[in-house]
Design a binder for this molecule. Structure first.
Ligand SMILES: Cc1cc2nc3c(=O)[nH]c(=O)nc-3n(C[C@H](O)[C@H](O)[C@H](O)COP(=O)(O)O)c2cc1C
Length: 209
């Protein structure tokens, strides 16, 4: 944890200026893999709230999500830090996902191609809100390969995917403007995977117009 030594100061500073502990936390985005009643893996992009050390986790699946139902039935999941946006888009938009899984311990699934992974066990639920909250502890973690690196197209695709999953909440003109801005980053920095992912998002949004 040497490299994260800034984090306690940051959290203390946040508290000193009146933020609550919760505000000093942040969201990590990646693929959460649960297992169905048939034992098969189910992947969905999720953004849990974490502390900087990645030791405290709160998953926030919507009540309508398959992930919520699967987690209620079996309160264990593996969260993956990934750097390929294509399967993230596919899973978010309900398109067949191009992922390989390896069997973990106790019927869990780990993505064959990920950077690092965290096996999480839900310790308690708050189901009183629309977005359900599951506090979880890390029971196992591993590193598979180094993170490829930052790339603005990957981030732009993620933002566009979030827009696509919230079409019912937003104004169509605002979405078109946001997409045009995001596309500039794609045009400047995307590789084949990012373009393929971008095109899926664009088609999804066009189809639901
Ligand atoms: C980067 C990113 C983060 C997301 N985070 C969440 C989240 O924290 N909770 C949630 O319910 N949906 C989140 N979503 C949307 C879900 O991935 C999407 O609704 C998905 O279809 C849910 O899949 P499921 O119903 O198969 O579980 C996120 C999507 C993206 C692209």
């Amino acid at each position: 944890m040497e490299r994260l030594a800034f984090a306690p100061d940051r959290i203390r500073n946040a508290q000193a200026i009146g933020y609550r502990d919760e505000d000093a936390k942040l969201i990590i985005e990646g693929l959460l893999v649960t297992a169905g009643a048939d034992g098969q893996p189910h992947a969905a992009p999720m953004g849990p709230v974490v502390n900087a050390e990645l030791t405290e986790w709160t998953l926030r699946p919507f009540a309508s999500s398959t992930t919520f139902k699967l987690l209620r039935a079996r309160p264990v999941a593996v969260f993956h830090v990934v750097d390929d946006v294509l399967p993230v888009v596919q899973a978010a938009l309900g398109i067949e996902v191009d992922l390989r899984f390896e069997q973990g311990t106790d019927g869990d699934w780990i993505l064959a191609d990920c950077c690092h992974w965290f096996k999480l066990e839900v310790t308690d639920w708050n189901v009183s809100t629309q977005r359900k909250e599951a506090r979880a502890r890390v029971t196992e973690r591993g590193v598979k390969r180094p993170f490829w690196g930052w790339n603005r197209a990957k981030h732009a695709v993620l933002e566009a995917t979030i827009l696509a999953t919230r079409l019912h909440l937003a104004d169509r003109h605002a979405i078109a403007d946001d997409l045009a801005t995001l596309k500039q980053a794609v045009e400047k920095t995307a590789g084949d995977r990012e373009w393929a992912a971008w095109n899926l998002v664009q088609e999804f949004i066009d189809r639901s117009a």
